[in-house]
Design a protein around this ligand. Structure first.
Ligand SMILES: Cc1cc2nc3c(=O)[nH]c(=O)nc-3n(C[C@H](O)[C@H](O)[C@H](O)COP(=O)(O)O)c2cc1C
Length: 199
């Protein structure tokens, strides 16, 4: 009986761990559409289908495009003085998670549907994926440089989407007061932009 209880407790604790740290599929970091073609196809789209989910493979690939680790151990995006101030969060209909580029995992920071806070436009409230670009203002104090970092990461997501039949638009329009609160960000972390993605 005691052994059963122990096994049950262990199972609950393991399933709890799995629920908070999801391992994404390995990102596909070679091949794809030539970069010139992707740039030519890049555009903002807002007519995102609320009912068509983004696959985990696409999610993993676009997160890698935004802020993955490259051949030299740095990131897909350069940062002033290599401060690496960016963190990318994923906002879905069920939770908000933090992307860890080192091991390709998503850690849930809060459960629930917070898309209304992440976007005041109708399409954004219904998009299956909204990425939030968050900077650590202690690591990089210049808002100008923070903007360059986020702009480059967002552009990589645009190019990934253009090359892979996904729709996207980057947005400055989100609830700038409430989103950091629901994401439980410390005072030194700032949400710069949100980017909606879907089909
Ligand atoms: C910094 C920034 C903020 C933006 N914010 C919004 C936004 O809040 N909502 C929106 O629908 N589009 C937003 N956009 C998308 C622009 O409207 C779009 O890039 C522009 O109309 C040009 O269209 P294109 O991206 O298809 O070339 C933003 C773009 C940038 C670069």
């Amino acid at each position: 009986m005691k052994l059963c209880k122990y096994i049950l407790a262990a199972a609950i604790s393991v399933s709890g761990m799995c629920a908070t740290a999801e391992v994404l599929p390995t990102p596909q970091v070679t091949g794809g559409m030539p970069v010139m073609d992707a740039m030519n196809k890049r555009m903002s789209s807002r007519d995102i289908d609320p009912d068509q989910a983004v696959t985990k493979q696409d999610l993993s690939n676009m997160l890698w495009a935004a802020w993955g680790i490259t051949h030299d151990g740095k990131h897909t995006v350069g940062t002033a003085m290599n401060r690496q101030e960016l963190t990318v969060y994923v906002i879905t209909p069920t939770e908000i998670s933090r992307y860890n580029p080192v091991d390709g995992t998503l850690t849930v920071v809060v459960k629930g549907d917070f898309r209304e806070v992440a976007g005041q436009q109708e399409f954004a409230k219904q998009a299956p994926i909204n990425l939030a670009f968050v900077v650590d203002t202690d690591k990089q104090k210049s808002t100008e440089y923070q903007g360059y970092t986020v702009g480059a990461a967002s552009q990589n997501v645009y190019l990934y989407c253009a090359a892979n039949g996904l729709k996207t638009v980057v947005r400055g329009m989100f609830d700038h007061d409430k989103l950091p609160q629901v994401m439980q960000l410390p005072s030194n972390e700032r949400v710069v932009l949100v980017q909606s993605v879907g089909h």
